[in-house]
Design a protein around this ligand. Sequence first.
Ligand code: PLP
Length: 524
Amino acid sequence: MNTVGRPTTPNAVASKPATLTGGRGLLQNEPLIFEGDGWGKTGVDLPKPATNGSDLGDLVRKDPIGLPGLSEPEAMRHYVRLSQKNHAIDLAIYPLGSCTMKHNPRLNEKMARLPGFSDIHPLQPQSTVQGALQLMDSLAHWLKTLTGMPAVALSPKAGAHGELCGLMAIRAAHEAKGEHEQRRKVLVPTSAHGTNPATAAFVGYSVVEVAQTDDGRVDVADLAAKLGPDVAAIMVTNPNTCGLFERDILEISRLTHEAGAYFYCDGANFNAIVGRVRPGDLGVDAMHINLHKTFSTPHGGGGPGAGPVVLSEALAPFAPAPWVVSDGDGFKLVEREEDEAEQAFGRLCAFQGQMGMYVRALSYMMSHGSDGLRQVAEDAVLNANYIKARLSDLMSPAFPDGPCMHEALFDDEWLKGTDITTLDFAKAMIDEGFHPMTMYFPLVVHGAMLIEPTETESKAELDRFITAMRALATAALETKDGAGDADRFKGAPFHAPMRRLDETRAARQPVLRWTAPAGSNAAA
Ligand SMILES: *Cc1c(COP(=O)(O)O)cnc(C)c1O
C-alpha cells in the first residue's frame, strides 16, 4: 500500500479541502520506510567479501532479505520528516499538566555521553566503574538531602515502578510486624493519578477512595473516618493533581501514623516544592521522584524514565537491592542476595536501574546548585500563576481562590452556552501550533484543562502561549448561541499531519504490523 497520494484526512471538512498528496504547508507526507521503491539500493559502499564461500550450506538465504534501500539523504529526510509529525519540547512550550515537560539541557546529554558513563556494562568488575558508582552515590546523597529522608532506592525505572517499590516496602514492613493479614486497604484520594490505585491493586490491596473538599484538597474528616487497623497506607500526591498544596498535610500524616499506617507520597510534582519543602519533614514514609520530570531528562513517548524512592527510617530496612556503599576503599554496589539487609524485599529489576537518567538528573542538580533548585520550584510556581492570572478573565479556573502551585487548572464551565468541548478546544490549539494541555484529568474537575508551563519557559514564550490561548478562548466564546465559527473547533485540527482520529479504536485495536502487498519483495 502506497500512502503517497492518499490524503490523510478521512474526515475532511468541506471548507478546508484535503491536499492532493497528504502533504501540508512545506511538510511532505511520509510513507512507511517499507513503502518506498528503493529495493536493492544501499546507502553505503561495502567492499566485496574476501571469499565467496559460506559455511551455512542449505541455510543460506535464497530470497532477498526485504530491507528497504535508502541513500543517505533519503534516510535523513525520512526520519526528519517523521520527526516533524510530532510535537517536541525543542519546538515550543509543551504544557502537559502532571507530566512536567521541561527543557532538557544539552549539558545533561553531553555528560550522559561521556564514555565512562555510556560505554560501561553492568557486569564489569566494580573496580573499573568507580566513577559511575560514585555518581550514583552522589545522586542518592542529593535526593536524600533534598527530601530530608534517610534512604533511597535508586533502581525503580519510572514513577509507577517507584510506587510499586514503595508499596512493596510498606507491605514488607507490615509483614515484619505481623500485621499484613489485617491491613488490606490503601486509601487514595479521588484526584489521584491513575497509577496510584493501580499500584495498590497490583500489590494486592483493596483501594478505598477518600473524598475531596470543594477547594480541591483531601477531605481530612473523610480520611480520618476511613483510617483504622485495616489500613496499610495512604497514597497522597503533594502538591496534588489539582496543582494545589495539601494544606493539612501534617494532620494527614499524623492521623495516618496514629492508625499504624504508612504515608506514601506521590512525588511526581516535586518540581513545585524542591528546595523549599522537605517531604521528610511532612511525615512522608515513602515517595517516588520522577527524575524525568523534576530533574529534566527527555521523556514522553515511552521513556526511559527513572523513579527513585526515598524511604523513612521505618521503611529503610526494607529497601530493595542494589545500593551503593563506600568503605574508604572506594564504592561498592551491594547487589547479591546474601549481602542484602535481612529484611530487604528483594530486587525490582536487573542490574542497577537507568544509569543514563542518573547522569542527566545529577547534571541538572549540580548545574543548578541547591539555591538554583529552590529557584526551579519558585519559577515553576510563578509561571503557572502567571498563566492562571492571564487567562482567568476568559476561562474558568477550577479553584479560583488563592494561588496555584506549578500547574494552572481550568474547568469547562466557561464553555457553557457554546457547543465546544474541552477536546474541541485542545484540537484547535494544534492548529495554532501549540501542543494541548492535559485534558480531562484530574477526573474530579469537569472538562479539566491542566496547564503546566515548568520553570524553563521564559516570559516571552509564556506570552506567546497566552496570546494564542486568549485568541482561541475569545473565538470559542463568540460561538455562544450559534454565532461565530464553531467549525474552527469542531473540525480541528485542520493543519496537522493527521486530522481528528478515532483514538479509542487506535488504542483498542492498534495496527502494529505492516503487511507486504502481494508480489512485493519485501519480506520483512
Ligand atoms: C507522571 C505521574 C506518575 C507516574 O509516573 P511515570 O514515570 O509516568 O510512571 C504518577 N503520579 C503522578 C501525579 C504523575 O504525574
